[in-house]
Design a binder for this molecule. Structure first.
Ligand code: AGV
Ligand code: CA
Length: 311
């Protein structure tokens, strides 16, 4: 039995690689894709998504554009990454783009996809939760059609990954971009699996990983991984604010193979205001979430590299 997955992403290198990997998972049926302009610019991220589906997928998907806006914008340098992926020769070889843009905006597109899909659907979100929060406000009935939400977001460590004026550094970026959206989703009854910085910190992009992909570039999908991860800075001597991790790719790998990680139940709240906005905190008063806190790093890299060889 294939799992139904609806994928909402925000066009970073690891978001777009996640789309590629989902298309290669034999146990996944991708029911819809949408793009939110958070850690990307919308146009190149939507083009790149359509071209990845053309090149590596098969038929009947469209890509919806989000018209959501966040409270705390991402740095421009990071948002530029989607332009580089969109320009890769491997995605432009055919000279045409066939996968259509959906008529409706992302949150309404997701509602339609959930309703039209038989049974329940797992939501995979690798950017902020704005489109889900809006969809729940418009159509609260969709909660029953949602199997669970798998989200790359949050951290319960002291340090988050936001380094911005007027913030205390405790938040993870996908929560920080729209803290109220996370707050809205926390109020729902949806089962939430959080792939937080606890586990993603264990899978930095390193030169070793790059070299492994370089050595196997005769496989077109492994070459695609290598080309994409040539665009972003690896961990060399120490982690900086721009160091790249495989945040979303780990989250996506968890959807395909939950044996790669360890999960524990905790209760948590989200700070929606002030200098800690976007911070997730463990507390008995909070709602229950399943926290992915540990990963088998070697098995994870083997898994995604093997998937890429299927391309
Ligand atoms: O906080 C991680 C999220 C993931 O969804 N994104 C990047 C991933 O797609 C934001 C982000 C944090 N640090 C970054 C980010 C960095 N150094 N470069 C680009 N994006
Ligand atoms: Ca992302």
């Amino acid at each position: 039995m294939k799992k139904n997955i609806y994928f909402n992403h925000d066009g970073g290198v690891d978001d777009l690689i996640s789309l590629f990997l989902l298309l290669k998972m034999e146990n996944v049926k991708l029911t819809g894709v949408s793009v939110i302009p958070a850690d990307c610019y919308l146009e190149p991220a939507v083009f790149a998504s359509r071209k990845i589906i053309d090149r590596f997928g098969q038929g009947d998907l469209d890509v919806a554009e989000s018209n959501s806006r966040g409270k705390n914008p991402f740095p421009k340098d990071w948002r530029m990454h989607a332009f580089y992926v969109d320009a890769l020769p491997i995605l432009n070889e055919s000279g045409k783009v066939e996968t259509p843009v959906a008529e409706k905006p992302a949150h309404l597109h997701m509602i339609d996809c959930l309703r039209a899909t038989e049974g329940k659907t797992t939501l995979l979100f690798t950017g902020p939760l704005t489109d889900l929060a809006r969809a729940l406000d418009v159509a609260p009935d969709i909660e029953e059609k949602i199997e669970r939400l798998v989200w790359m977001g949050g951290t319960f460590r002291e340090a988050g990954n936001v380094a911005e004026p007027e913030h205390d550094g405790t938040a993870e970026w996908n929560v920080f971009w729209d803290p109220e959206a996370a707050g809205r989703v926390w109020e729902s009854k949806i089962e939430i699996d959080l792939v937080a910085l606890e586990s993603t910190n264990q899978v930095p992009l390193t030169v070793d990983v790059r070299n492994r992909w370089a050595a196997e570039r005769k496989y077109i999908g492994v070459d695609f991984l290598g080309q994409c991860y040539a665009m972003v800075p690896p961990l060399v001597h120490f982690a900086t604010n721009s160091t790249y991790y495989l945040w979303d790719v780990l989250t996506t790998a968890f959807v395909g193979n939950s044996d790669l990680v360890k999960v524990k139940r905790i209760n948590s709240i989200v700070h929606t205001n002030g200098p800690s906005q976007g911070r997730t905190v463990e507390t008995d008063e909070g709602r229950q979430v399943n926290l992915v806190y540990d990963v088998n790093r070697d098995e994870f890299f083997d898994y995604i590299t093997e998937l890429a060889k299927q391309a």
